[in-house]
Design a protein around this ligand. Structure first.
Ligand SMILES: [Fe+2]
Ligand SMILES: [Fe+2]
Ligand SMILES: [Zn+2]
Length: 172
């Protein structure tokens, strides 16, 4: 029987017979996807100075990466690469919007990142961006005082690690 599901990390809903293995929007693992009526989603959190500074950095990182991937999805000289960067761009834009909700902003900051024509250059750039995001999110998760913010930082470490594997496979 078809059901309505909701991701407890990004809050977005999806429809299907079973929960997807990963949230189609933010990439969170299956254990965070619950039947919509029972899902617990909260973006109304108190941030101390350290958590606020980390979330403000996180939104910049995600906007910057989303802008890069959207550019690469159009310009990269490889058909599969175009699809990969399109998918990654959507996920990073969703991550940016999670941080936008936590910061209670009406809109996202703008990114101005450029990309390459060569698919290999884009994969290398992607690899470096994901590695930096993982390192930052890991540190932010360790420092986090607020449990909800800590949870999101930890989940995004996992999601960015999945992204890192995608470029790693294609570069090897
Ligand atoms: Fe991300
Ligand atoms: Fe990523
Ligand atoms: Zn999600």
């Amino acid at each position: 029987m078809v059901k309505l599901w909701r991701c407890e990390i990004c809050g977005d809903p999806c429809i299907g017979e079973t929960a997807p293995d990963n949230c189609p929007f933010c990439g969170a693992q299956k254990k965070y996807i619950k039947e919509a009526k029972g899902a617990k989603v909260n973006f109304d959190v108190e941030l101390n100075e350290v958590d606020k500074a980390n979330v403000e950095h996180a939104i910049q990182v995600e906007v910057s990466n989303a802008t890069f991937y959207t550019c690469a999805s159009r310009k990269t000289d490889d058909d599969e690469g175009k699809l990969l960067f399109k998918a990654l761009g959507k996920v990073e834009a969703e991550h940016a919007s999670v941080w936008r909700k936590i910061l209670k902003l009406d809109s996202l900051p703008r990114g101005d990142d450029a990309c390459h024509t060569g698919n290999k250059e884009n994969l290398e750039d992607s690899h470096a961006r994901e590695a930096r995001a993982i390192e930052f999110y890991r540190k932010a998760a360790e420092e986090a005082e607020n449990e909800r913010v800590k949870q999101i930082f930890e989940v995004f470490v996992e999601v960015e690690t999945d992204h890192l594997k995608l470029s790693e496979e294609r570069l090897s």
